[in-house]
Design a protein around this ligand. Structure first.
Ligand code: ADP
Length: 587
């Protein structure tokens, strides 16, 4: 029952609805006592031959009145209690979503998407049930059960009531034992479901890869195994779940048996009337529901507790990228400096960046090049604070970036990541995603600079073309250019293109860079690339190798150095010539 305490903050918040709901429930519980009593009285009057038509009508009127009142009251308590429970789910869902958007990269590296989705669906549902059906079964079983027992003891026979209740402790012991078993098994079933969820999500996202590698069969087999596991674990939950009903039926059956055996003797001894015995057994019938409800209560509460624990643990995770209390509410601007002694990814041992010191004046263009895995993207992630440095700092406008509000820092930066992502929405919405109400002209302008405007106009629906999940219907280069347009629309202080021109051809690259140069006059641009032609115009080029700066300078300076850069540059020039079908010896 701890979960009710854990949820007390919510019950307080929805005090009015819960109190109203519970009062209505209590009224129903009380009204339920009326029909059995009337039936007993009528039987006794028949038995004694005193029943007249007028009286019978009165009793029937009372029965109908009680029935109608219960109908109305039941409708309203449902709205009050179940309606509030839906609010709880909504509130937790929002908290979870806010939390997810706040968490840093390393959180998503640790957690599996399917697992997080299971938290946001299955677990919230179980918690909602606790706040709805859980509260109902608790109050109703206690109230109906209590009222009925009092009515039996006070108005009929306390002796017979005690006898009828003899088997009840057995039920309490058994149901609480089942409840414990259920808790453990339910936990395992939830975990298996999470794993399956994860598997499904991954298989669907990676369906193309799966198919190209002909791995469908293995994948189906794997899926079947996990799916079987979910079934097995749910059956083990169901096995315990199924014990509740028969146990309760047996216990109630014994109660009936005892009541009739002893009740008949009391009638013969004239301690109670036949009508009272009938009322008594009808009351006993009314006890079945509260007892069943009590059994369900354990079930619901166990699930709710497991789920609430999981959700709470998730909400308690702290993001590693923290904002200072007195962080500046100001969009940074100016010179950018990297002073990195070492950077190690959370949970790793080897540094991925070492001794990286350089700076960039406002308005300059920085080119970062180097082999795959050299640390280029890592450097950019430090600038946008996807990760924080422990050993060194990044400065922006003369201050450490940690001194700014995270939101403000990111507002200064337009980041086009390597693994760009398009939403399942129109192209227009994808570009104007940070500012849906922006003028069409501005969208067009951004698209023109990114060299995608003409392509878009060629689609049947133009800017209203829907892009499939992850933009399946577009080429890699088109997706890259839409992502660039999206970042350009912000007119950010700093534009970061993280290998964002890799899928466009050399000519388009040239055109985009040319347009960018004009557009980004006076603003800082950072470009990482494999193709050196994308950065040769930069004010500063940094060559990274295994996390360290290998060479630095302008294109001309680097060419004079006769190092990695020059070698690569010459090689790429040759490759391009060959691709264009040219020859080394003149055109
Ligand atoms: P580049 O952009 O130059 O290809 P990255 O900056 O992506 O290189 O990666 C540099 C190194 O850091 C690689 O060895 C990579 O495996 C590692 N790395 C990248 N991201 C993470 C991460 N989130 N956690 C741990 N290691 C990472």
């Amino acid at each position: 029952m701890k979960v009710f305490l854990q949820l007390s903050w919510f019950f307080k918040q929805e005090k009015k609805a819960y109190i109203t709901g519970i009062v209505l429930l209590l009224m129903v519980a009380f009204l339920q006592l009326v029909p059995p009593k009337i039936i007993g009285i009528v039987v006794d009057e028949i038995d004694q031959g005193t029943l007249a038509a007028g009286k019978l009508l009165l009793w029937i009127g009372l029965l109908v009145g009680a029935g109608l009142s219960m109908y109305v009251l039941r409708y309203y308590w449902r709205i009050m209690i179940f309606g509030s429970a839906v609010k709880l789910a909504r509130q937790l869902r929002k908290q979870l979503f806010d939390h997810f958007t706040n968490m840093s990269q390393s959180f998503y590296q640790r957690k599996r998407t399917g697992d997080l989705m299971a938290h946001a669906t299955n677990d919230l549902q179980a918690i909602q049930q606790t706040a709805g059906s859980g509260v109902l079964t608790l109050v109703d079983s206690l109230a109906t059960g209590g009222f009925v027992m009092i009515a039996m003891a006070a108005t009929i026979s306390w002796k017979l009531t005690l006898i009828a209740l003899i088997p009840m402790p057995l039920m309490a012991i058994l149901t609480s034992w089942y409840g414990n078993l259920l808790h453990r098994r339910f936990h395992k079933a939830q975990e298996a479901f999470s794993a399956l969820n994860d598997k499904t999500q991954e298989s669907i996202s990676g369906i193309k890869v799966l198919k190209t590698f002909g791995q469908e069969k293995e994948e189906i087999e794997d899926f079947r195994r996990q799916s079987d596991d979910v079934v097995k674990k749910n059956i083990s939950v169901a096995k315990i779940d199924s014990l509740f009903d028969p146990t309760i039926s047996i216990v109630v059956g014994i109660s009936f048996f005892l009541s009739i055996v002893f009740g008949a003797r009391y009638v013969l001894n004239e301690e109670i009337t036949i009508g009272e015995l009938i009322s008594f057994t009808t009351y006993l019938g009314l006890l079945i529901w509260p007892m069943l409800a009590f059994g369900w209560l354990f079930n619901i509460v166990e699930r709710g507790r497991a789920s609430y624990d999981r959700v709470s643990r998730l909400l308690a995770e702290k993001t590693e990228v923290l904002e200072q209390k007195d962080a500046l509410d100001l969009i940074p601007s100016g010179k950018i400096g990297f002073q990195i002694a070492t950077f190690i990814y959370p949970g790793e041992k080897e540094p991925v960046l070492q001794d990286v010191h350089f700076s960039l004046k406002q308005g300059e263009t920085l080119g970062i090049v180097g082999k795959t895995g050299a640390g280029k993207t890592t450097l950019l992630k430090l600038l946008i604070r996807e990760f924080d440095l422990k050993n060194g700092k990044v400065t922006f406008g003369g201050r450490a970036i940690t001194e700014y509000k995270i939101k403000k820092l990111r507002e200064a930066i337009g980041y086009v990541p390597q693994d760009h992502f398009l939403f399942s929405a129109t192209i227009r919405e994808n570009i104007a995603f940070t500012n849906p109400l922006i003028d069409e002209e501005k969208i067009f302008k951004a698209a023109k600079i990114a060299n995608i405007h003409d392509d878009i106009l060629e689609f049947t629906d133009g800017y209203d073309t829907i892009v499939g999940e992850r933009g399946v219907s577009l080429s890699g280069g088109q997706k890259q250019r839409i992502s660039i347009a999206r970042a350009l629309l912000l007119q950010p202080e700093v534009l970061i293109l993280d290998d964002s021109l890799s899928a466009v051809d050399a000519k388009t690259e040239e055109e985009i860079l040319h347009a960018l140069k004009h557009e980004r006059e006076g603003k800082t641009t950072i470009i990482t690339a494999h193709r050196l032609s994308a950065i040769h115009h930069a004010n500063l080029i940094v060559v990274l190798d295994e996390g360290k700066i290998l060479e630095r300078g302008t294109h001309e300076e680097l060419m004079e150095m006769d190092g990695w850069y020059k070698e690569m540059y010459v090689r790429q020039q040759l490759e391009e010539l060959v691709e264009q079908g040219g020859s080394l010896y003149g055109k």
